[in-house]
Design a protein around this ligand. Sequence first.
Ligand code: 13P
Ligand code: SF4
Length: 351
Amino acid sequence: MLRAPETTQAAASPLVTVPPLHTGADDAVEADAEILQLDDASLVAGIGRLRRERNAVVLAHNYQIPAIQDLADFVGDSLQLAQQAATTAADVIVFCGVHFMAETAAIISPAKTVLIPDPEAGCSLAQSVTAADVRAWREAHPGAVAVAYVNTDAEVKAEVDYCCTSANAVDIVAAIPPDREILFLPDQHLGRYVGHRTGRPMHLWPGECHVHAAIGLDDVNDVVARHPDADLLLHPECGCVSEGLWRLAEHDAGPDRTFVLSTGGMVRHATSCQAAVDLVGTEVGMLHRLRQANPTTDFVPVRDDAVCSYMKTITLPKLYRTLRDVVYEVRVPEPVARRARASIERMLAIA
Ligand code: 13P
Ligand code: SF4
């Protein structure tokens, strides 16, 4: 049986709690006389008009609510959205996703106005590591190469050598010279998976996403037992991916229907897959996207309570207000942005 390579983990396991998500932006739209009298169809029409007037592009992550996905100019994974932000001709980028994604767009497109409909759209994984944590970790490992998943704040990106996303993490780590020590942060499950795929021992930061970490091996075993002939699509942030590495490794030896994929990779899989059923281990917003990509396959969530409340803070009234009032602008101070940009550009140069 193949086994995952040894990894070592930083000592402290940060505890992350998810705050109740009634935000200041919710209060603002609930007190807005114009918005209160618009129904969904009027909001969609108004968003279309304002988007043209402002020469704005609406970028949406695959976990956004269906109404936002359906009107966006582009829907994709973190890497695809960063690539869109880097190349768009629009003057304004409205980012329907979480804050670190909008920040990434602001870092790589400093001449554009980047807006997010709700600045409190956070990320439990990004909250699990700070710039001070990274500095202390690097001091304890002088000479190590630090790789940060894109689910991190700009200040953290500024402290590392490379960024990566779930779509390119294996390629980024594989490109690091074999004699170099590697610090991988903040997602321990993605880190274990990347270590397994590349054969590179890595030090892992003990962070995780509260939504994906909860998708465990028992959940997978239950749903596979109910659908034994289905394809199984798992996001590498899932707890089951690191709990079940031995199983994925065994499957390396022969044909298998388990696929560890970014959200964009799941869409590509869905467009060409022949299976009658795909089991989907990630945030449930993905199901709308997959069903649109392939209306004939039945997409079944591994856990139907895998909901990222941060992603769901973005709504039609808030998007309308963003375009109407040009709020909330996401800015990153240039000294931080310059260093963060270098780690993002090193990533984009490799993958
Ligand atoms: P992707 O890059 O695969 O879209 O993942 C982003 C994310 O936040 C997963 O929880
Ligand atoms: Fe962050 Fe998890 Fe939400 Fe993705 S699903 S944005 S990693 S909290």
